[in-house]
Design a protein around this ligand. Sequence first.
Ligand code: FAD
Ligand code: NAD
Length: 367
Amino acid sequence: QVTDKLATENPSSPSYDWFQTDSLVTIVIYTKQKAISLDSVIVDHQDGSFRAETIVKDCSYLIHLGLSHEVQEDFSVRVVENVGKVEIVLKKRENTSWKCLGHPLEKHNSFIPKKDAGLYFRKCKLISKEDITHDTKLFCLMLPPSTHLQVPIGLHVYLKLTITGTEIVKPYTPVSDSLLSKFKEPILPNNKCIYFLIKIYPAGLFTPEFDHLQIGDLVSVSSPEGNFKISKLQELEDLFLLAAGTGFTPMVKILNYALTNIPSLRKVKLMFFNKTEDDIIWRSQLEKLALKDERFDAEFVLSAPNSEWNGKQGHISPALLSDFFKRSVEKSKVLLCICGPTPFTEQGIMLLQDLNFSTDEIHSFTA
Ligand code: FAD
Ligand code: NAD
């Protein structure tokens, strides 16, 4: 039984404590780090297990308990950023005094590198599905009420479905519901929806099955993964985005966030490679955004255009990149984000380095 403060062997490890009133139980996590925000904490209460994972730098601190008494489904999570403290407030089902918080479950009170923590899934409900292009749809999944999870900008999650008896897991990058709605990141605490733009490949393993889900069906969603750091956007002057096909997905939140939250930003330039005009995701939204915000430009490049196309065409090339990705001022603070099919991304990184962008100035999105 876990009854008291847990001293930890590792001095840099977070620790936790708990206290109660008649109706509430508060679990406090002391991370000993200041760079903690609401998206550093993922809480799940399901199937008799209470799980709170706190991401501290590149490590994961886990509280994993079978609670000693029942609690209500909803709870609140607060972060006191300047002292690195997390508070999870649970509502008791009955106003009795708890003698202990609960019994430890697997890896309780562990502090391990995030890469060793494994994927944890919770079941989310499909609540809407909207056609965006001939093969790409916007899906909205709703987290269960007993989960607190926010996907940080630039990170992806894994979706899992059991297909003919085998679990299939694929990565997808959450997007905003639109490029034009007011950006609200970090999402409101009660915002439970995660949006995805997903291209359906008729011969694919996962996407046709995912597309067959009915509204109300469940799909397992992992905790966020990836290595993009939002601090890369701080004091940025030029943001250059290089996307191919669904490689556009990580750009959505980055571009929304940068235009809304980075006062130093002078220019956001998106070069978006697709096969045909019909493949361009959110083309009219991108065009509207460029009209609305003079800092933003989008250039569409098609590899298989029809004869009516009078825009840029071809594959990624030195000439296309050097013409478009020009700094707004000499030595501006710049970040280049690149995402698409692996050969596209690899070629893009090489070409950008040839154009004298440093490795620090380039972020590529991969699995
Ligand atoms: P697969 O079974 O992987 O097949 C894909 C295509 O390749 C099909 O056309 C299939 O016919 C063909 N194919 C399969 N095997 C072969 C073969 N041996 N030879 C030739 N052709 C073959 N996708 C999105 O749509 N949206 C996202 O937000 C998104 N985010 C991602 C984030 C990350 C970090 C990564 C790595 C990928 C992301 N993807 C995203 C891609 C996604 O993970 C899947 O790869 C994609 O959905 C295809 O999955 P599938 O199982 O349906 O198709
Ligand atoms: P697609 O096949 O429709 O191609 C889009 C464009 O990519 C083409 O018009 C072409 O300009 C370029 N392209 C394609 N193959 C190329 C090659 N071999 N060399 C150079 N350029 C090439 O693209 P799609 O079906 O939408 O696929 C998008 C890809 O992006 C998938 O492989 C997906 O896994 C990847 N993706 C990765 C992430 C991530 O890592 N975070 C996120 C989203 C998508």
